[in-house]
Design a protein around this ligand. Structure first.
Ligand code: HEC
Length: 337
């Protein structure tokens, strides 16, 4: 999201309406700065109400708080709380006031790229409207804002955290989550070629039949892994039940596999760990899909199984169910100088 209202502002200027248009932060390449955060505003008992451009931030509003938000011009609400955190139906209250309601649960224990991607898309979709993003205490909200400012506005992490604190971060744990998310983002970029290469190899080869696919996979998987490497960065796949012993987990990966096994059958956010002198480690879970059953499922074609066993005598990667944890993508990034 690039504070697109700016484009509207630029158009209005061409029409000679400049004086009517509020200058918004982030316009014409101007960096967002801490001074751009306005507030705190008073909306009854709502805590930490602040504003940056068309985005408003706060702790949990009550019905009177949402009415005050509407008075202030807010037309869209993005709620970052998990519905299980409360015992009333916020959507009914918000929509009852004529505002649009979106719920994107974010956990303070680990920021999920899927959820953050959804918030980003909503902010983009409603870029001509005033949006209120709230959680319970505005900590998660400030955490999302800090990440957003680094990734979308090019701000440094330190500056983004300063702005994030103005918009509600009070807990050091949330600042740690911001840092982890940004480290994770670098890791995800390093993984992208590996993921893409594997999927292309798999899809292409499956079109020729699983036996041909097996040959391709066997040859392609390690070289794709190698091809994705960058200086100071190693990437790969591992599993608690490997097919190729080369993919056996390194010591630091084992507790992470155990962590994901505790929450099987559901997507779980990636994790970043500190490997001290070796840098940072990143993992994200890989779950079984229908298309994986051919070679990793419980009922594998006899001839294909013979071929697999021939190529991988120590194969333990069979008998997986759809949705089950199959293994992890991992990245190790050397410390930055
Ligand atoms: C055509 C057969 C085939 C299909 C389909 C297939 N795989 Fe594999 N898979 C393999 C082979 C062969 C290897 C060993 C690759 C190597 O030598 O590194 C492997 C390795 C892996 C590994 C690395 C860890 C290990 O066990 O060595 C993971 C993780 C994995 N597959 C996940 C998947 C997922 C997820 C899917 C579905 C999206 C899938 N595979 C579909 C054949 C297949």
């Amino acid at each position: 999201m690039k504070f697109q209202a700016i484009r509207t502002a630029a158009c209005a200027c061409l029409l000679g309406l400049c004086g009517l248009v509020l200058a918004l932060p982030g316009s014409a390449g101007e960096p967002v700065s801490r001074g751009d955060v306005k507030g705190p505003y008073v909306w009854g008992s709502v805590q930490n109400v602040t504003r940056l451009g068309h985005l408003w931030f706060s702790g949990q509003p009550d019905a009177a708080g949402f009415a005050a938000a509407r008075e202030a011009g807010v037309s869209v609400v993005i709620d970052l709380r998990n519905p299980s955190e409360r015992d009333w139906d916020e959507e009914v209250i918000v929509e009852g006031l004529g505002l649009t309601y979106h719920n994107v649960p974010v956990s303070g224990a680990g920021f999920d790229p899927g959820a953050f991607g959804r918030i980003e898309r909503l902010v983009d979709e409603h870029d001509a409207e005033q949006i209120l993003v709230h959680c319970a205490s505005s900590n998660r909200v400030g955490g999302w804002l800090a990440v957003h400012l680094v990734l979308e506005e090019g701000m440094t992490e330190q500056d983004a955290l300063t702005v994030g604190r103005l918009a509600g971060i009070t807990k050091s744990g949330i600042e740690d989550r911001v840092h982890e998310y940004l480290v994770g983002e670098r890791a995800r970029q390093s993984l992208a070629p590996l993921k893409q290469g594997l999927m292309t190899a798999l899809r292409g080869a499956m079109a020729e039949g699983p036996e041909a696919a097996l040959q391709t996979c066997r040859l392609a998987a390690p070289s794709v892994t190698l091809g994705a490497q960058r200086p100071g960065v190693r990437v790969g796949r591992t599993s608690h039940r490997t097919r190729n012993p080369v993919n056996e987990p390194e010591a630091w990966m084992r507790p992470l596999i155990a962590h994901y096994l505790e929450t099987p059958m559901q997507p779980s956010p990636p994790r970043v760990v500190d490997l001290e002198a070796r840098g940072k480690g990143y993992v994200e879970p890989i779950y079984m899909q229908e298309m994986c059953l051919t070679c990793h499922g419980a009922e594998i074609d006899e001839d294909l199984l013979a071929l697999i066993r021939g190529g991988y005598p120590q194969d333990r990667a069979v008998g997986f169910m759809p949705g089950e944890l199959r293994g992890l993508f991992w990245v190790v990034m050397a410390p930055e100088d």
